[in-house]
Design a protein around this ligand. Structure first.
Ligand SMILES: NC(=O)c1ccc[n+]([C@@H]2O[C@H](COP(=O)([O-])OP(=O)(O)OC[C@H]3O[C@@H](n4cnc5c(N)ncnc54)[C@H](OP(=O)(O)O)[C@@H]3O)[C@@H](O)[C@H]2O)c1
Length: 442
């Protein structure tokens, strides 16, 4: 029996350094819970000459990542370097040698997770990834173990802290997207290239992982409807508020009837949620996952979705879990994807055109008689009816455009899209209409 859990660390940046710090500071607690100490035997980085935190032991650090991933003394390879290459090759090499792997890399899991998890299952080793979704919130463990007896009716989350931070500041300070984003980059809440975060790609990676765990379905991020927060304006925040809503960056997965079968409704987009809803209160860079179990009912988990120590906490908890399995020789006791490999299915994803919800619509139009009637007529022609409406601006027939904002009754997405493209072609429409979904049960 191994009386030490020996770790090879791939990457020693924000999260890697947090892991070294946490293993040092919480060593006694961890040993008490695991029944053995965790020891780092090697640390791989890209650039040896970079200055490191004093807590990182220099003799352990190398630029030869493969030597760490395949080191004979390493029991658990911890991948926190990010990206697909060489992280994917290193993880694969470690699994092939029968080593357990813990990773925080959602991009790698979303793109290559199926193949890597199958290798792990064949080799009867653990591949854990708690930190890959919602950083410090233990949502993976909850889906895998805590909710193992329940059917998940719906899962709605705020899983991208950057998007939540940007929208929260737009809401509270009345600022526009571009101004908040610039400030968020200066303060370290957004990357220099924020595309993956504000464009919804990062949330789609995480939703693909969550949907697999919740529904036992193989999901690829490209199957997920994805809209970023970059089309939301400060003006939308104000009107949403007037209608009793706030705008939140949501990731949604739920089974829905589709034909004779069930399909998955998978969406990542900003949405209007009632001011009194659970997710409306999740502000700043916080993350949250709101799960509705058929028997459990609603259950909310919220907390830091990123940051060195919260993320390191999730990674090290995974190492503890793997270590516990090692010490009693019970690898793969809990299926990594929450369902046994043989019962994983390929579920159909319902086309987004079939989604029905209320809609927030904003038009910038010439302030002329008959414009409103024409727009309402086009919407009505596609079975989209108006529940509430506000008209502002314009100066009675001048060239200053008027803003027309509507909340519709429930309407089919495909119909709304067709109506909006017809309206966009009308001569008195000054810019493309803006449309945001209302999410009722958030
Ligand atoms: N930061 C967070 O709050 C957070 C939260 C959840 C999940 N994650 C995930 O955790 C992972 C790591 O994120 P991070 O923020 O810690 O990244 P980071 O600060 O950029 O650190 C990456 C580390 O990997 C090393 N590295 C990169 N490419 C390498 C290569 N080819 N060979 C050897 N070493 C290499 C870098 O070496 P150098 O130091 O020499 O450059 C660095 O030490 C990512 O998958 C990320 O998505 C991060």
């Amino acid at each position: 029996m191994t009386r030490k859990v020996r770790v090879g660390l791939l990457g020693c940046g924000v999260v890697g350094t947090g892991i070294v710090r946490l293993l040092h500071d919480n060593a006694r607690t961890i040993e008490g819970r695991l029944g053995a100490p965790i020891e780092i035997v090697g640390i791989a980085v890209r650039d040896l000459s970079k200055p490191r935190d004093a807590i990182v032991s220099a003799p352990l650090v190398t630029e030869d990542a493969m030597s760490v991933a395949t080191h004979p003394d390493v029991d658990v390879v911890v991948e926190v370097m990010g990206g697909l290459h060489p992280a994917g090759e290193l993880v694969k090499a470690a699994l092939d040698l029968g080593k357990h792997v813990v990773t925080a890399n959602k991009a790698l899991l979303a793109e290559e997770g199926d193949a890597l998890l199958e290798t792990a299952e064949q080799k009867k080793v653990d591949l854990y990834f708690e930190a890959a979704v919602a950083g410090g919130i233990p949502i993976i463990r909850v889906l895998r173990e805590g909710l193992a007896s329940d059917r998940i009716v719906a899962l709605r989350g705020i899983v991208n802290g950057t998007s939540n931070y940007v929208l929260s500041r737009m809401q509270h300070e009345g600022l526009d997207f571009a101004d908040v984003l610039k400030d968020a980059q200066r303060l370290g809440y957004a990357e220099a290239d924020p595309t993956l975060d504000v464009g919804g790609g990062d949330a789609a990676h995480k939703l693909a992982i969550l949907a697999t765990l919740a529904y036992g379905a193989r999901v690829h991020p490209r199957e997920i409807l994805k809209e970023g927060i970059d089309t939301v304006g400060a003006v939308d925040m104000r009107y949403a508020e007037r209608f009793g809503f706030v705008i939140k960056p949501l990731a949604i997965a739920r089974p829905v009837p589709w034909g004779r079968e069930e399909a998955l409704d998978l969406r990542v987009h900003p949405a209007l949620v009632s001011k009194s809803s659970v997710l409306a209160s999740i502000g700043g860079a916080l993350n949250a996952v709101f799960v509705e179990g058929a028997m459990l009912g609603p259950c909310l988990m919220s907390g830091p979705g990123a940051g060195a120590l919260p993320t390191a906490m999730s990674v090290v908890s995974d190492i503890v879990d793997v270590g516990r399995n090692m010490l009693v020789d019970s690898h793969a006791r809990v299926p990594t994807r929450a369902f046994r490999g043989e019962s994983l299915q390929t579920m159909r994803v319902r086309p987004s055109a079939e989604h029905r919800c209320r809609w927030y619509l904003r038009f910038s139009v010439a302030d002329q008689a008959g414009v409103l009637a024409r727009i309402a007529g086009v919407l009505g022609g596609f079975d989209v009816s108006i529940e509430q409406m506000v008209q502002e601006g314009g100066r009675g027939g001048s060239s200053v455009p008027a803003t027309l904002v509507m909340l519709t009754h429930e309407a089919r997405e495909g119909d709304v899209r067709e109506a909006l493209s017809e309206i966009a072609r009308l001569a008195y429409c000054h810019e493309a209409p803006r449309a945001l979904r209302v999410e009722e049960d958030a």
